[in-house]
Write a protein that binds this ligand. Structure first.
Ligand code: FES
Length: 568
């Protein structure tokens, strides 16, 4: 076995002495340095990332597995991105965390890596970083929370939006809000609906870079620790087989992931993160692929926010293997995964155990699924919409724009009695794209104006260059590219302009003639980067547009695992 860790631990003389001696202060016996594969356990544990706060526990299970298989486990921390607390938005730091992961792996004596992830951005950031090094790697997700409970009902993160609307309308008291808050997150783990964290867990499983069953086992279920332990055993085998990420992450694996995402009603954030991962591993993927590969796949999983159930229910019904089984005729089933088996072998024994939760492809929960990619003069490079979370009557709609210039303008005016808006209006929010905010926050599913809520309006067409939480819903057009901050047509929209959305035709247009558009464009002033130092300056200077995955332009591709200079 050719081990890169031997470059450190098998060295003679002063250097080898230093490499080993300082490690021995942790009580590590000498034989651990004698040719055992070193497995890095890349941990996003943090008390500031509550969804990942149990990952040190899970790391212990991975370590047991590594030791059982004859490896040498070493756990290390990387930047952790907690969705609920980080400001201005965790997405601003996804690329920064990926740099931390990439450089930590390359700089240290590792032969393979186990990536411990959970909350939304922790999964893509670790996978992106690991792809740019391309060692044998396996992902272990932290698992979802147990289903929340409130007054005898099941609740999850998507209900936060409903509680907020009910509170605005005076339908729910502060005391009831406190009770809901106490029952929402009643165990370890990440959001229990098919939000972005669950979408990411499904993504890594359907890409073939986890053991089968990874996505749906609840965080609190002891079988999650079994999976972690088995992943620890498996990574040691993968080093013997020299099975690297690039051996698994072929274009066919990305096509599978897009199809599975459609089948489970995954988050729109999926498009941005999968594009960024493809960019790191050198797979040519574009935004149109998301529409193309998902259009024949119905929604087979009945999960919130597109459906009714929760991640716990998905697990009891057979998890992602059962979902994949229900659409297996559409999948690239003979490709290799990190289990050492093909997709077909991984899923062959797992039929749906509950047709209410995981239906068949022929009799789906909803024939509408996936991520629709829109084009038009309002989004020359594309925009996305999740039809399963939208209102069918609004899929073809023309309305007058009600424009908010930025998030502060929106917050100041959305509930004002003076706001000139009706149920047919199209809400437009500018300057929340990758560069404009910066970091592209999840504000695209703007709240319905209070005066319309009071009239019983529950959905409107909303358009922005921002993102939407995977737990959100509504007829929401997101990721408009080019964004308004770089002078995209979105920046030219004015109050009262007519906007036409036609989902079936995949069109989104600002109904103005070319001369008027050109005249407005001539008068548009595009601001430069307002940041003069630090990560925000680097980010705004280099972040790419949403339709490319919003990675930093200089991070595309990889640099391999070779250490170019050796000062020791
Ligand atoms: Fe972490 Fe939802 S806040 S997954």
């Amino acid at each position: 076995m050719k081990l890169r860790s031997k470059e450190w631990f098998a060295r003679k003389g002063k250097d080898g002495f230093i490499y080993r001696a300082w490690m021995k202060n942790q009580g590590i016996p000498a034989d651990m340095f004698e040719g055992k594969p070193v497995i890095g356990i890349c941990n996003t544990w943090s008390e500031l990332t509550p969804c990942n706060a149990h990952l040190r526990d899970l790391a212990e299970a991975v370590k047991k597995g590594v030791l059982e298989a004859g490896g040498f486990p070493l756990e290390f921390p990387v930047m952790s991105l907690g969705e609920t607390l980080m400001k201005p938005t965790a997405m601003l730091f996804r690329n920064l965390a990926s740099m931390d992961v990439e450089e930590s792996i390359r700089a240290n004596p590792m032969d393979g890596v186990v990536l411990l992830v959970g909350c939304d951005k922790t999964t893509p950031s670790l996978v992106m970083g690991a792809c740019s090094v391309d060692l044998p790697s396996i992902v272990v997700s932290g698992g979802a929370m147990l289903t929340g409970k409130f007054r005898g009902k099941d609740i999850g993160t998507s209900d936060v939006w409903r509680f907020a609307d009910d509170s605005k309308k005076g339908l729910i008291s502060e005391e009831e809000m406190n009770m809901a808050e106490a029952g929402m997150c009643r165990s370890i783990g990440h959001c229990a609906v098919m939000g972005t964290a669950s979408t990411m867990a499904g993504m890594v499983e359907s890409l073939g870079i986890t053991l089968p069953g990874n996505a749906a086992i609840p965080a609190a279920d002891s079988r999650r620790k079994v999976l972690a332990r088995m992943s620890g055993r498996r990574i040691v085998e993968m080093i013997k087989e020299n099975l690297k990420l690039s051996d698994v992450l072929k274009r066919e694996a990305f096509e599978n992931a897009i199809k599975v995402n459609a089948a489970i009603g995954g988050s729109t954030n999926f498009a941005i993160h999968l594009m960024a991962i493809a960019g790191r591993i050198g797979v040519d993927l574009n935004l149109e692929d998301f529409d193309h590969y998902s259009k024949d796949i119905p929604l087979v999983a009945n999960l919130q926010p597109s459906g009714q159930y929760f991640m716990e229910d998905l697990y009891y019904a057979g998890g992602i293997p059962a979902v994949m089984n229900s659409i297996k005729g559409s999948l690239n089933a003979d490709i290799l995964t990190v289990s050492g088996k093909t997709v077909a072998e991984n899923i062959q024994d797992q039929e749906s155990l509950n047709d209410d939760v995981i239906s068949t492809k022929d009799n789906p929960f909803n024939p509408i699924s996936g991520i629709v990619v829109l084009k038009g003069n309002l989004c020359e490079n594309g925009a996305v919409l999740k039809p399963s979370a939208a209102t069918p009557e609004l899929m073809k709609h023309t309305g007058k724009a009600v424009v908010f210039e930025n998030i502060e303008d929106y917050k100041n005016r959305i509930d004002s009695d003076d706001l000139d808006v009706d149920a047919n209006s199209v809400l437009v929010l500018k300057n929340v794209g990758p560069k404009g905010y910066p970091g592209m926050p999840e504000v695209g599913n703007m709240g319905i104006p209070k005066k319309l809520l009071d009239m019983g309006v529950t959905d409107m067409v909303r358009i922005s260059d921002g993102r939407m939480s995977g737990t959100g819903f509504g007829t929401v057009v997101l990721h408009v590219s080019p964004e308004s901050a770089v002078g995209g047509t979105l920046a030219l929209v004015q109050n009262g302009d007519l906007i036409e959305l036609d989902v079936e035709a995949r069109k989104l247009n600002l109904l103005l003639d070319d001369a008027e558009l050109e005249s407005r464009r001539q008068n548009l002033k595009v601001e430069g980067n307002p940041y003069t130092r630090g990560y925000c300056k680097l980010y705004v200077d280099h972040v790419e547009q949403a339709h490319l995955g919003a990675d930093l332009d200089f991070l595309k591709g990889g640099s391999g695992s070779e250490v170019l200079r050796d000062s020791h």
